[in-house]
Design a protein around this ligand. Sequence first.
Ligand code: ATP
Length: 360
Amino acid sequence: MTKTLDIAVFHGDGIGPEIMKPTLQILERLAWAAQSYGLTFQDAPAGASHYAQTGESLPQASMDLARSCDAILLSAMGLPDVRYDDGTEISPQIDLRKELSLFAGVRPVTVKAGQRSPLNLPADREIDFVLIRESTEGLFYSQGRGEVTKDAAKETLLITRSVSEKLFRFAFDLAKTRKSTGRSPGKVTCVDKANVFRAFAFFREIFDAEGAHHPEITADHAYVDATALWMVQKPWDFDVLVTENMFGDILSDLGAGLMGGLGLAPSADIGLDHAVFQPCHGSAPDIAGQGTANPFAMILSAAMMLDWLGLRHDIPEMRADGDRLRQAVDQVVVRGDVLTRDLGGTASTSEAANAVLHAL
Ligand code: ATP
């Protein structure tokens, strides 16, 4: 039996629509060939260009569509020169995160054998870990509400038991899934600063309590500063890392750097009922309209979506297609002959996406 799943599509700003278009073509081809699933795509207007045209950055109809669909595929959003009256940037992706309680920001960091990385790894060395960034509270809790006087500025960090419990359960479940597929030995590391801040000692305590429910997974701790060092010195030692919002924001860019740039960094924001899949990078207005944007982070985010939907709806073919799509991108990246400018090549967006289709 074929199960059809609905995807809400946010095309984004700048290079957003340029990398979304070939990604949808690849997904359409996969769904067309699939026996057990189908996909429908529904456009959800939003973003900085939409705000400039209509005065609305995330219309209620788009929010309702996102809520009613099975998954949300979102391209890079925001433009530096289109802002709200208070000077802040247009970022519907953050509104979606809050509105849909997408507490787990999932950022895989992978470097395949032979792939170029600034670490100059030995040819057979691989990196494969996942950073989970709590995405609804932490130091971002007071975003836009910080108190500033002439002499002082104050922001508030919030860590709650209810969100932390869900976050850690998600992290241990992910480690179990990775272990069950033979991808990793099964370890979760809580990244914090529990030696200095009481809030992080609280965070760690909740982590330890959740860890006790998963004896088959190793529960580990690391301070955030040491983690930054080890991500450079021995990133192959990590499996699943879980951390607070701001720490995760910073470490995930370091993770993207290990992979060779933002153009290869996919992400997912996942909650109990909804999930958004989007590249880590922004809308790159400096190269928009040139047809040179790297589509790989967007395509890899779509692969994560297939994986998540396949697991959630128990459609093994969909998970297998997610794997195949990821492997096709890996193959093109390792081969290195059809890469966009950001990765040192000369290929256009469509040439790079076609190389992935060919590898599939
Ligand atoms: P944001 O704050 O919205 O995340 P940002 O200020 O970090 O955005 P990006 O838009 O991510 O900036 O761009 C940073 C740099 O990386 C730019 O020089 C941009 O051209 C480049 N870049 C980002 N994404 C891509 C991509 N997919 N392909 C090629 N270059 C990219």
